[in-house]
Structure formats: structure tokens, C-alpha cells
Design a protein around this ligand. Structure first.
Ligand SMILES: NC(=O)c1ccc[n+]([C@@H]2O[C@H](COP(=O)([O-])OP(=O)(O)OC[C@H]3O[C@@H](n4cnc5c(N)ncnc54)[C@H](OP(=O)(O)O)[C@@H]3O)[C@@H](O)[C@H]2O)c1
Length: 328
């Protein structure tokens, strides 16, 4: 497993990280023993970075991770997230940080995160979402800095809202965040414009999420695939979205075949290697639900980098498809 630096002041993390959303629930059938086995397998394979959040089963994902880590001696870095207090998601331009991320709320929430994870210090605490409306008066991040000084938090991060990922550019330039968490994949390549270069310029760590577009970039879902109504992807791929996505995935597959890689790389490998081709990326947190997925994704790190001409070709799969998480 290859490792990279997470921010200039941070630690060395596995370039393939463990995305802990599905093990918290909300993704259809998922059983704790399978999730626990996946977490152990990930650590066995050298994965030392796990992303989670309060929102993944109201602390369930965090609790599972905390229990597994108590059984292990390896140092594994855990990044969790504090959501804003009740209100629109993502925060609207009219939301006040005083209502969503007040100092008292943040302090209380961080204590909850510590309890769920069963630790005395959170390696990375990310605000789960943000709005550029708060960029000029970013008090919540100053509260996190105090918590960092008090030793409750290692690194401070912000996870981008889907519709305005560039809102973190100013935060990075103002030295308010150690890491950012962004969407970057073969379809959504917008962070290549400014977020990634500014992260390099400022020494900010970059955690990439949704590198597989919620699994679609593995090519395993056909155009008529329907997710169970207990899986959030039932809404994410609602209407004709799965069909349109699957058609585009086949175009990516055709490129991979034309470049003669199809016998050595899966589509998931290609998608993750595309993300990892950017040196600004510290780790790509891949959602993993079982041991088999862990083994496949850990193996990706061993594969050779993609050739430059293929990387250039893959840029054409950039797809401006608007805001999907909010549903139609
Ligand atoms: N900050 C935020 O707001 C936010 C939002 C989204 C995600 N995240 C974080 O980012 C992580 C990654 O995103 P994600 O889990 O949503 O999506 P993802 O990584 O793009 O896709 C995960 C899905 O891909 C499939 N998969 C994974 N590895 C595979 C392999 N090798 N072969 C075939 N299928 C494979 C699995 O699908 P099946 O379910 O079909 O098995 C899995 O559930 C999350 O777990 C979470 O930690 C954060």
C-alpha cells in the first residue's frame, strides 16, 4: 500500500482510504459482522485512513470503527465529521453560522464524536458541509482551532458542498483548514481547476470522496439497475439517471480497451488510478462494505500509474450534470 502526506503538517496516510458511510447504514442490506470483517481486512492490507461521520447511522459507523481499532495495535488515522445543527442541507446562503455551528454546539458535538469513537483525540475533524456565506467570518473554524490547541482534535477539515466545492479555496488561502474533503472522479473533475492547485500551493491535505461515483464507475450496474428503496442511491440514480450514467461508463470502458488495459485493470481500478494521478490528492476514501471490496481496492495501489495519453483521454468524460444529492 503506497502512502502519501496528508497536509504539510500532517501524517502519512494510505493512498486508498476506507470510506465508512455504508457501514453506518442507509445503503440497503448491511450487517455489522461483514462491516467489522471489512475494517479488519483493510487494516491487514495496510489501509491506515478511515473516513466516517456522525451522519453515517447517527454514530453507528463511528462506533464500529472505534471498536475495531480497540482490537488493533496499528496506528490508523480516523477522520470524522460534525454536521451543522438542524436546517437546510447544504446550508443556504441565508443561514447564519451562529445557528448552525455555534461554539457551544461544536464543543458539545466534538465530545459526542469522541465518545462514539472511544478515543481522547480525533485525528481529523471535518465540518460536514459549509457555505461560502461564512467565508468572511469563519468563526466555527476558529472554535475548531481552539479545540485543536486543547488537544481534542489533530487536524481541521471542511467537506465541500456539492454545488460549490470552490468555497474552500479562500479557507485554504486564509490558513483555516489543514485538509479539505472533495468530490473528484471521472465525471466530476471540477476541482482540477482551482481546488487541487490551491491545496498544493497552501500545503492542504486533500481527501477525495466518491471516486467511484457511488459505485457506478465500477461498471457493475446496467442501465436498468434499480437500487432498493432502503439504499440512498434509489434517489441518487432516480429517473433516467442510471441509464445515462451506465451509457457513459461504457464509453469509459471503450477507452480503457482501446488503450489495451482491460486485461489488467478493472473499471474501478481505472477510476481510482485517475484520481490518484493527481499528486495533490492525499488519499481516496473508497466506500467498502465487505472483505472482497477491500481486497480489490487495496490491490489498486499496486498497479502501475496510468499513461499520460490515457489520462488526457479520460478528461473527456467530465460531465456537468448538476446537483444530484439533493434529488430531483
Ligand atoms: N462529505 C460528504 O458529504 C460525503 C459524501 C459522500 C461520501 N463521503 C465519504 O466518501 C466515502 C466514499 O464515497 P461513497 O462510499 O459514497 O461512494 P464510492 O466510494 O464512490 O462508491 C462506493 C460503492 O462502490 C462499490 N464498490 C467499492 N469498491 C468496489 C470494487 N472494488 N468493485 C466493485 N464495487 C465496488 C460499492 O457498491 P455496492 O454498494 O454496490 O457494493 C460501494 O458501496 C464514503 O464512504 C464516505 O466516507 C462523504
Amino acid at each position: 500500500m503506497h502512502c502519501r502526506h496528508l497536509s504539510s503538517t500532517g501524517f502519512s496516510v494510505s493512498e486508498i482510504g476506507f470510506g465508512g458511510w455504508a457501514i453506518g447504514g442507509g445503503w440497503g442490506d448491511q450487517h455489522d459482522p461483514e462491516s467489522i470483517a471489512a475494517l479488519h481486512a483493510a487494516i491487514d492490507k495496510g489501509i491506515n485512513f478511515i473516513d466516517t461521520a456522525q451522519g453515517y447511522g447517527d454514530g453507528h459507523s463511528e462506533t464500529l470503527i472505534g471498536k475495531v481499532l480497540q482490537e488493533r495495535s496499528e496506528k490508523v488515522h480516523v477522520a470524522t465529521k460534525t454536521p451543522p445543527a438542524d436546517g437546510p442541507w447544504p446550508p443556504s446562503p441565508y443561514c447564519r453560522w451562529q445557528d448552525r455551528y455555534s461554539a457551544a454546539y461544536l464543543r458539545d458535538n466534538v465530545e459526542q464524536r469522541l465518545r462514539c469513537l472511544g478515543t481522547e483525540r480525533i485525528d481529523v475533524l471535518q465540518l460536514h458541509t459549509w457555505t461560502s456565506a461564512w467565508n468572511d467570518d469563519p468563526q466555527p473554524l476558529l472554535v475548531l482551532r481552539q479545540l485543536k490547541d486543547e488537544g481534542k482534535i489533530g487536524l481541521i477539515g471542511v467537506s465541500t458542498p456539492e454545488q460549490d466545492q470552490s468555497c474552500v479555496v479562500q479557507l485554504m488561502r486564509d490558513g483555516l483548514v489543514d485538509v479539505v474533503q472533495v468530490i473528484f472522479n471521472l465525471f466530476d473533475q471540477e476541482v482540477a481547476a482551482q481546488v487541487l492547485p490551491v491545496a498544493a500551493e497552501t500545503g492542504t491535505g486533500v481527501i477525495v470522496r466518491v471516486g467511484l461515483d457511488e459505485g457506478a464507475l465500477t461498471g457493475k450496474y446496467g442501465p436498468a439497475h434499480e437500487f432498493d428503496s432502503s439504499d440512498f442511491r434509489h434517489r441518487y440514480f432516480a429517473g433516467d439517471r442510471m441509464r445515462r450514467t451506465a451509457e457513459r461508463v461504457e464509453e469509459i470502458r471503450a477507452d480503457m480497451e482501446e488503450f489495451g488495459l482491460a486485461d489488467r485493470y478493472s473499471l474501478a481500478d481505472l477510476a481510482l488510478k485517475f484520481v490518484l494521478s493527481r499528486p495533490e490528492v492525499s488519499t481516496v476514501i473508497v466506500g467498502m462494505r465487505n472483505v472482497q471490496q477491500v481486497e480489490m481496492n487495496a490491490h489498486t495501489s499496486q498497479l502501475k500509474d496510468l499513461p499520460d495519453d490515457l489520462l488526457e483521454r479520460l478528461q473527456r468524460h467530465r460531465w456537468l450534470r448538476g446537483v444530484w444529492y439533493g434529488g430531483k
